[in-house]
Design a protein around this ligand. Structure first.
Ligand code: FAD
Length: 503
């Protein structure tokens, strides 16, 4: 592609371009706000689909379904204000090969003077954005980037020694002591010049984000992506759930949590909005302040995950704790498939894996149980679990997924010690005492008396028969014996310690 000769900033056009990425919202969108301020009435709004630029962690599966509906909601919110989202796709067979080509083409063709976007923190995206920014600047266009995703930039929080944190509590303390947030921004005036249909632009359907076989039906039924729904969920959470959050957040059959994670991932609501609205709610309802702090602390874990990914970018694939490079994993396709399909014979694990497959979400407590089961009971590499979650979660987020898996495997920052092995029966009994969650997602066990629901193999044959259950036929036998699996995991960990002592 041929570009015009380099122009000086003064000769550049007086229009601005705003590049929507993982900030699919109009409220509290700093880069959108700045783009409109810079060129009132003359901002071009663009979305570019370029998953190949995020490889090897390009969005896929359930997350693309969410993206489709989220973009649709954004288009409709913009249309209601008379504005239009111009969509482009890229790839070897497309008119444009890359995001950079799209931006350079639009900037030169439409006499854009300045380009605005909100920053992202995944390693591949940082590299891509750095390259695009340099190229645009080199050609004389202005580029302004903002923080639209986090409460604090990952590089702002440092230990006394000026290093990144690797333990959550001091990290969060440091965040809280430095927290100096401006209030969320209003929606800018989006009465914008009509640019018509641009050369090379495509429709949302042309992006082919939805699957050809309709496995997404239950996802579509379960959620309404989009900014309006995100705001409604936050309000509902504050009014009805925050007061009992600390207790209820661990009970998977209750929706005692906010369910905001996919909205946060796609930027349909900002962390700053959640922070401000929660604080405001606490001002009016002082009794809930303590509970609300637990909720905000979870946002802190989200911040921590981005802090870690930024400072330790290889941790998406390699353990943060280097001794775990020698961990004796025992890759086994049969074990992995049984876990993925929710056929391990451990009801709480199977319920979680089936919830994930059916709805694209899994409750946090059950994410911890299923992840621990894969890496400790089955000795499968945590990277396999991370990949499966990546494909099946609607909230798949590189920073949070990496933290969650490294935490579960015991090889990450502030991780659960490897020798602490979740007992699926005890976890089930504690967090799903009446078996309601198991019965919802493992319906073949729904008639089983509660005392056996987390260990069906302990039920007398007569009881099983009266419930229509034949172990090994209607529901699997446990894929491994809990006691033996535990011993095996501890032995694997001991061997690791021996190796690192010798090294
Ligand atoms: P709430 O309890 O309402 O919390 C509010 C927000 O805080 C969440 O939306 C989320 O952004 C953040 N948050 C809550 N818990 C955590 C946590 N443990 N770590 C980091 N941030 C947290 N979360 C993702 O968003 N994407 C992922 O890909 C992801 N993968 C995970 C993998 C594993 C193995 C584990 C153990 C956890 C993972 N999590 C992930 C974290 C957590 O399970 C989800 O954020 C949470 O279940 C979302 O539900 P919620 O929005 O109702 O959370």
């Amino acid at each position: 592609m041929v570009f015009p000769a380099k122009q000086s900033a003064g000769e550049m056009g007086n229009k601005s371009l705003f590049w929507f990425r993982q900030d699919l919202r109009l409220c509290d969108n700093p880069a959108l706000f700045d783009a409109v301020q810079a060129a009132p009435g003359k901002t071009l709004l663009v979305y570019i689909f370029a998953p190949q630029e995020e490889a090897p962690w390009q969005p896929s599966g359930a997350s693309l379904v969410w993206l489709h509906h989220s973009l649709k909601a954004l288009q409709s919110d913009l249309a209601a204000r008379g504005a239009k989202l111009h969509i482009f796709k890229t790839g070897t067979k497309e008119r444009f090969q890359s995001s950079r080509e799209v931006l350079e083409f639009l900037c030169s063709k439409l006499e854009i003077g300045s380009v605005f976007w909100n920053r992202r923190y995944e390693p591949a995206v940082i590299a891509r954005d750095t390259n695009i920014k340099a190229a645009l600047k080199e050609q004389g266009f202005e580029v302004e980037t903002s923080n639209g995703a986090l409460l604090n930039e990952p590089w702002q929080i440092k230990t006394k020694e000026g290093k990144p944190f690797q333990v959550f509590t001091p990290f969060w303390k440091a965040c809280l002591s430095q927290m100096d947030l401006d209030p969320p921004l209003a929606i800018p005036d989006l009465k914008l010049e009509n640019y018509g249909v641009l050369d090379g632009e495509c429709s949302l359907d042309d992006l082919n984000l939805l699957p050809t076989i309709a496995w997404d039906k239950s996802i579509v039924e379960a959620y309404t992506p989009g900014e309006k729904k995100a705001q409604a969920l936050l309000l509902e959470f504050l009014k009805k759930k925050v007061a009992s959050y600390h207790h209820d957040r661990d009970l998977p059959h209750l929706v005692g949590v906010s369910r905001l994670s996919p909205y946060l991932h796609f930027g349909e609501i900002s962390a700053r909005t959640i922070w401000y609205q929660t604080k405001e709610f606490c001002e009016q309802n002082k009794k809930v302040a303590e509970e609300a702090a637990h909720f905000l602390r979870e946002l802190g874990w989200r911040e921590f995950s981005h802090h870690l990914l930024f400072h330790f970018p290889t941790t998406t694939d390699a353990p943060l704790r280097k001794d775990f490079l020698h961990f004796p994993w025992q890759s086994d396709d049969v074990f992995l498939k049984a876990w993925q399909k929710g056929q391990t014979g451990y009801p709480i694990v199977d319920a979680g894996m089936r919830e994930l497959w059916q709805t694209g979400i899994m409750h946090n407590r059950v994410r911890m149980i299923t992840a621990s089961f894969l890496v400790k009971h089955l000795l499968q590499p945590w990277q396999e679990g991370a990949k499966w979650f990546w494909d099946t979660l609607v909230d798949a987020d590189l920073a949070q997924n990496t933290l969650g898996w490294q935490w579960s495997a015991g090889c990450g920052a502030d991780a659960a010690p490897y020798f602490r092995i979740f007992n699926p029966m005890l976890q089930g009994g504690k967090f799903d005492p009446d078996g309601l969650y198991v019965k919802q997602y493992v319906p073949e066990l729904r008639n089983l008396p509660t005392k056996y629901i987390h260990a069906p193999w302990e039920a007398p044959p007569m009881v099983l028969a009266s419930c229509g259950i034949t172990l090994g036929e209607t529901y699997p036998h446990p894929i491994v014996d809990h006691g033996k699996a535990r011993e095996r995991a501890l032995a694997a960990f001991q061997s690791l310690k021996a190796t690192s002592t010798r090294a």
